[in-house]
Design a protein around this ligand. Structure first.
Ligand code: MRU
Length: 364
């Protein structure tokens, strides 16, 4: 998608330098546009952990390139596959909730097992990371096509009146490689000329909605309004939301959906107001081995200072200021899990399906 009318992906191999991966450092958006080079396994680990990159599909693709960067430093050894496994374990320890991370690591391990020579393994790893990147782009495009018909239907029922969509966090192209998951149907609907407007939850504490979703929707010329996180319920009661679309960091085989903290409360409000609540996600976000997401999905807890302090733009630079009493502590749970019963349907690259075990199994 575009930034200042130029097309970007969120991650790419540096031109003429295949041992360097470039990313957009999302910690500075929307205030500054900075591209950062990843040259080592540690660089990739830090990029994921410190959230230079974030969002489940992008975490996965970064991890795939991280495996490749780690393998570049491997010397010839007897236990090369064991070393590759160690690289994978290290990367997997960077963030616990998004299952795309494990998916990508396992994919590289699986593909590189079949060749013996280290140089061949390295080139297979790079090729696999590139293929995963392309696949995630195509997945998001297909999610967009599959979700578009849902928006079209509502637009028709409203006789062409503006369709109001509420979204939480950033499940946009910045969380993926291109298009996004929750935003893909929105971008395609906009392109088709359907009148729409997006309510953007600010998404405390890191404000991925206010900072990233608002930024990318603005860059694409899509009408949107940022709301404080607790506003959605009121808007739904007043008939100002036609549907909710969110992304997911991990969805279990029974259809429970982990997504950014606060998603669950939006699902409850949508349920109470008979508003469709859709979750857009690629199959790489489904944990087919997990039977009960509410009980089993690991919830990341992050630094309390992400709650106690906030970033803002002042005097031509980003400032980080404390917004709570000096000695008050804070808790920072990154995600929550919405039980499947509150999910109207999942929008995937393979089609729209009910959030239950039988229908999810058929996607495989
Ligand atoms: O902590 P983040 O910014 O990585 O969390 C991102 C989200 O919760 C997204 O909604 C989710 O990854 C879906 S991304 C397409």
């Amino acid at each position: 998608m575009q930034i200042n009318k130029k097309y970007y992906h969120t991650i790419w191999v540096k031109e003429n330098s295949s041992s360097v991966i470039e990313i957009i450092d999302q910690r500075y958006l929307p205030f500054e546009f900075r591209v950062v080079e990843l040259k080592t396994l540690k660089d990739a680990f830090v990029a994921i952990k410190e959230m230079l990159v974030r969002g489940a599909p992008l975490i996965g693709v970064t991890a795939a390139y991280g495996m490749y960067l780690g393998m570049l430093d491997l010397k010839k050894s007897e236990n090369i596959d064991q070393e590759i496994r160690k690289i994978g374990d290290y990367l997997e320890s960077s963030r616990p909730t998004a299952v795309n991370l494990r998916y990508a690591v396992e994919l590289i391990i699986e593909k590189t097992k079949s060749v013996k020579d280290i140089n061949q393994k390295i080139s297979v790893a790079l090729q696999t990371a590139n293929e995963l990147k392309e696949k995630e782009i195509e997945n998001c495009r297909l999610i967009g096509e599959n979700g578009l018909s849902l928006i079209e239907k509502i637009s028709k029922a409203k006789k062409g009146d503006t369709v109001n969509i509420l979204t939480h966090c950033n499940a946009g192209w910045l969380a993926c490689v291109d298009y996004g998951t929750a935003t893909a149907p929105i971008y395609l609907a906009h392109k088709k000329g359907i009148k729409l407007h997006v309510w953007v939850d600010e998404t405390r504490p890191r404000n991925q909605g206010a900072r990233l979703t608002a930024f990318e929707l603005g860059q694409e010329g899509i009408d949107h309004t940022i709301i404080a996180d607790n506003t959605g319920g009121l808007l739904m009661q007043k008939g100002m939301v036609d549907l909710v679309i969110v992304g997911s960091d991990r969805t279990s085989a029974n259809g429970d959906v982990a997504n950014k903290i606060g998603t669950y409360l939006k699902a409850l409000a949508a349920h109470d107001n008979n508003i469709p609540f859709y979750v857009a996600l690629p199959l790489s976000t489904i944990d087919f081995n997990m039977t009960d997401g509410v009980k089993q999905i690991p919830i990341e807890q992050r630094d309390e200072n992400e709650v106690r302090f906030i970033d803002g733009w002042l005097d031509n630079k980003i400032n980080n200021v404390r917004i709570v009493p000096e000695n008050s502590k804070a808790a920072n749970y990154g995600f929550d899990v919405t039980p499947a019963k509150y999910v109207t349907a999942l929008i995937t690259e393979k089609g729209v399906c009910k959030a239950n075990k039988q229908d999810i199994e058929k996607l495989k």
